[in-house]
Design a protein around this ligand. Structure first.
Ligand code: GDP
Length: 426
């Protein structure tokens, strides 16, 4: 993917998340010098299968699995220090050497124990179906200018006063939710003071470090979490995550300039899934929904929740292509469709005799629309051994061609299995 023209590449999910970004980042990171996560937090879960082993990464970029690659957690991420160290320990136990190549932005905000308490207790979190990891409340505090950043750990007195005001606010909210739980200043400060030395060792001005690396020719991959339709501005609000998952968020969240991006790869499944509540226009009915869920093993990497499954929605992907400026698509999980006899491709939405081909922002409209489908013949042959386009059955090639046309974006990769080698590069 990287060449003399493409030195900084963004990888984004172009649906509702879980598109298989972890695998694509793992494959592309082979040619990268730096991989930077730019938003989200421990609510993300990338699964990467290597040599019969499966690694689940929540906060650390998937690039860590390549020995020569440096990885950073950008300022746009809300960082849970406790689980970061758990993740580091797990990687070390699995034989992955992280020393000297994992960095954390000193501007990243911290997810506090009280953010997790709030996430578990608020009615809004329950309605949206959040992962309960404190991500939303941590971003709320960031925007309300009440947050605690990694660099605050350098100043114990300032840290204590920030924690005191954060907790005062959290406890007022907990009381308002009718919760009997309360956050405690001493145990929170103790935890942070215990973690501070290790965290500060990893901390740096990542925007500066990566900009310098770029200047000296480094290949930089900016890794997104969740998906474009979960972007707080462009997604199906309020059923969204609390950050900008799209490529605009990549630059603000990594500390780079917009002009530094050379290419944006959108990862999409060959069908559609979504976790939690909110619109999913192409959602399948039973028993097909359960069948696709079983074939695609559609259960969340972080929460184990069953994912809702639908046909490929070209309206969604064309929209994602526009807002991200996609220069290519990676279509994953094509193999999951191998046994189906016919496949629906959604080309527009219908409502009261009107057809929409642009994604509506209004949830009331989205809930009422009926997808318009083009039906394609299935291939009913295995695709997992295909390594070139020509190896795919003709029906699969037609399906992909049509996706490319409808999404108005060229396909750069096709993934046909969980393993690193199960990929077709175009
Ligand atoms: P991410 O959050 O976008 O990285 O996606 P997840 O890791 O949550 O989900 C992707 C899941 O699909 C992981 O279990 C991957 O191993 C798996 N996966 C990725 N690509 C393929 C593929 O082409 N075929 C199949 N069958 N599974 C895949």
């Amino acid at each position: 993917m990287f060449d003399q023209h493409i030195r900084t590449l963004v990888v984004v999910g172009a649906q509702w998340g879980d598109e298989g970004k972890g695998k694509l980042v793992d494959v592309i990171a082979e040619g990268a010098d730096w991989v930077v996560r730019y938003q989200g937090g421990a609510n993300a879960g990338h699964t990467v299968a290597i040599g019969g082993r499966s690694f689940v990464l929540h906060q650390i970029p998937s690039g860590i699995l390549h020995p020569g690659v440096r990885c950073a957690i950008g300022n746009g991420v809300v960082l849970d220090p406790d689980t970061l160290f758990e993740e580091i320990e797990e990687l070390i136990a699995d034989g992955v050497d992280v020393s000297g190549r994992l960095y954390v932005s000193d501007r990243a905000h911290l997810v506090m124990p009280y953010h997790k308490l709030l996430d578990g207790e608020s009615a809004a979190s329950k309605q949206i179906g959040t992962t309960g990891r404190g991500i939303g409340p941590a971003y709320e505090d960031k925007v309300a200018r009440r947050g605690v950043r990694v660099l605050d750990l350098r100043h114990p007195e300032r840290l204590r006063s920030l924690v005191e005001s954060g907790i005062a606010h959290a406890n007022t909210q907990l009381a308002a939710f009718g919760s009997s739980q309360r956050a405690d200043v001493e145990s929170t400060v103790d935890l942070l003071e215990r973690l501070a030395p290790r965290l500060l060792e990893l901390a740096d001005d990542i925007g500066l470090v990566v900009s310098r690396a770029r200047k000296s020719g480094a290949a930089v991959l900016l890794e997104g979490a969740q998906g474009s339709l979960l972007d707080v501005d462009h997604g199906t609000y309020p059923f969204v995550t609390s950050s900008n998952t799209t490529s605009g968020g990549a630059v603000t969240g990594a500390g780079l300039a917009p002009t530094s991006i050379d290419a944006v790869l959108g990862v999409v499944k060959a069908y559609t899934t979504r976790v939690g509540n909110g619109p999913l226009p192409t959602e399948l009915d039973e028993p097909l929904a359960s069948e696709v869920r079983r074939l695609g093993n559609e259960y969340g990497a972080t929460t184990g929740r069953p994912r809702r499954c639908g046909w490929f929605d070209a309206v969604v992907v064309r929209y994602a292509s526009r807002i991200n400026g996609l220069t290519g698509l990676a279509v994953t999980k094509l193999d999951v469709l191998d046994t189906l006899d016919r496949l629906g491709l959604c080309t527009g939405y219908e409502l009261d005799g009107e057809t929409f081909t642009e994604f509506p922002g209004d949830l009331v409209t989205l809930d009422a629309v009926k997808p318009r489908y083009e039906w394609m013949e299935g291939w009913q042959k295995p695709t997992t051994e295909a390594r070139r386009m020509e190896d795919l059955p003709s029906q699969a090639r037609r399906y992909l061609d049509r996706i490319q046309e409808l999404a108005e974006t060229r396909i750069a990769y096709i993934s046909v299995g969980t393993r690193r080698d199960q990929i077709i590069g175009l």
